[in-house]
Ligand binder design. Structure first.
Ligand code: IPM
Ligand code: MG
Length: 366
């Protein structure tokens, strides 16, 4: 099979971890007789500097011509004071909108070998295996008006949180289909703030309607504040969580601590697009961001990015064996005691970013 990818490493540790993911993809390609072909482009702060915008039309076209996107991270402190339209994050929003990547899957699993790396007690973490399905192209991230202004009352700002029934329906359906395909608790938890927000009341109504098509799956509704609490109280009770854009953003950073580190969480953003090879177009991205505090030190954890390579092989190409091989290799290197600093405990072997990538490659090669 020809793996034809667009690679957008972005800023900060994005570049460092993407390099390792590519190393692993290359290894898998040679082992299983695929050929890996990719083109790389700048996004985020790197693109703002060199090309004047967070992502160029040429880069979007390059992505269009590929089967899927392997993404690093965007965002740098130096842009914090810039207006929204001149920020690195615009690259992400442009990609999400252009390719209609409305469905963001963020799996969170607790590996017993990492239980000590989490701030939570092992007995709370036992059996955690959930996926957050985050709506990614709607809500307050994209609602208009969104602006700052000044009137006689002083400085003001407004953001808008809109949702349509179509937007809710399609994402809730993704969650039910996912729960159905997982050999787990057959439960969808729909998270909202229906005691306050109109969009949440519509969300709940539509979720109930979609739920009628899936009598074999339990549908539970949970308010977002309560969900934040239950994620650390009894996280093993969740199977698939479905929620709107901003709630999903917040809850997934929280949920990453169930795995032990942000450096372990991969994500897939999928939508309605098929790629040129007839497969599912997607963007695969670690959730950890650019981590400016450790950029350039060669100590970032590449396992989330490497996990993205596995998700890409599975969801875009249907290469289940190859995806599982990567996931098993990740578990095995952790089992052997290899740790990047974010997961380090005494008695383990501390590795840098490239060494961790090499360890996964070595594991794959057996
Ligand atoms: C994420 C990130 C982004 C988001 C930022 C970088 C804009 O936090 O993908 O979770 O909020 O969507
Ligand atoms: Mg986030």
């Amino acid at each position: 099979m020809l793996l034809n990818l667009a690679v957008l490493p972005g800023d900060g540790i994005g570049k460092e971890v993407t390099t390792e993911a590519l190393k692993v993809l290359q290894t898998i390609a040679s082992q299983y007789g695929h050929s890996l072909n990719y083109e790389e482009a700048l996004v985020g702060g790197a693109a703002l500097e060199a090309e004047g915008v967070a992502i160029t039309e040429a880069t979007l076209n390059m992505c269009r011509a590929s089967d899927s996107i392997l993404f690093g991270a965007v965002g740098l402190p130096r842009y914090d004071q810039e207006p929204m339209e001149r920020r690195p994050e615009q690259a992400l929003f442009a990609l999400r909108k252009t390719f209609d990547l409305f469905s963001n899957l963020r799996p969170v699993k607790n590996l017993p070998v990492l239980q000590n790396a989490s701030t939570l007690k092992p007995e709370v973490l036992n059996g955690v295996d959930l996926v957050v399905v985050r709506e990614l192209t709607g809500g307050v991230y994209f609602g208009k008006p969104s602006q700052r202004y000044t009137d006689e009352g002083g400085r003001k700002a407004v953001d808008t949180l809109p949702y349509s029934e179509q937007e809710i329906e399609r994402i809730v359906r993704v969650a039910f289909e996912l729960s159905k395909s997982r050999n787990n608790k057959k439960k969808v938890t729909s998270v909202d703030k229906a005691n306050v927000l109109n969009t949440s009341r519509l969300w709940r109504e539509v979720a109930n309607e979609v739920g009628r098509d899936y009598p074999e799956i339990e549908l539970e509704h949970m308010l977002v504040d309560s969900a934040a609490m239950n994620l650390i109280r009894k996280p093993s009770a969740f199977d698939v969580i479905v929620t709107e854009n901003m709630f999903g953003d917040i809850l997934t950073d929280e949920a990453s601590m169930l795995a032990g580190s942000m450096g372990l969480l991969s994500s897939a953003s999928l939508g309605s697009f098929k790629n040129a090879s007839g497969g599912q177009f997607g963007m695969y991205e670690p959730i950890h961001g650019t981590a400016p505090d450790i950029t350039g030190q060669g100590i970032a954890n590449p396992l989330a990015a490497i996990g993205c390579a596995a998700m890409l092989l599975r969801l875009t190409y249907g290469l289940e064996k190859e995806a599982t091989a990567i996931e098993t290799a990740i578990e095995n290197v952790l089992q052997k005691g290899y740790r990047t600093p974010d997961l380090y405990e005494s008695g383990m072997t501390k590795l840098g970013t490239a060494q961790m990538g090499d360890a996964v490659v070595a594991e794959l090669k057996g």
